[in-house]
Design a protein around this ligand. Sequence first.
Ligand SMILES: [Zn+2]
Length: 202
Amino acid sequence: MSAGGGARDLAEAGAVLAAEAARFASFGWMRGTSGNLSVVLSRDPLRLAVTASGRDKGELTSADVVLVDERGAAVQGGRPSAEAALHARVAASTGAGAVVHVHTVASVAMGRRKPGGILLRDLEMLKGVGQPAHGVEVRLPVVANSQDMAELGDRLEAARDPRMPAVVVAGHGLYVWGADPRQARHHTEVVEWLLELELTGR
Ligand SMILES: [Zn+2]
């Protein structure tokens, strides 16, 4: 974030996140007011723009965004979701520049079916998360849900596989990350595709 340009940077981030949210909402991945998206605006100190809580994710504007700190507490703007703390945790621990959290049916169904993690191999689509298409088994971790974001963050960090930019939260949804909002979007679409395949294929 540039010095003195905070409000403008936040509005620009809000516009990007609103467009990303509208896309995911159109896929049915942000039903009701569920899910949230974030983008890192500065590393030191860590500051993220996060979508505002309680809004329809298909109707966000550039103003529906909150600036939060490394604990997910609001620095500027309205009320962030409690899940903002987990976005900050993911950004800090993975070095990601953008985080996507969506409540998809496939992630919840597969988390229920494979509570120990979802094994993936021999799929061309694995290239979409930076993995070889053949010969390597990759595990998409599944962690138990919690309403305590510190506890959920601990579980996510412990379970995370550095080869896979995503974690499934059982009974809840999916966290996915990338270097920027575009890569986080691509990773989300690929991981969701893999989950849908596993769901229908077995
Ligand atoms: Zn959620």
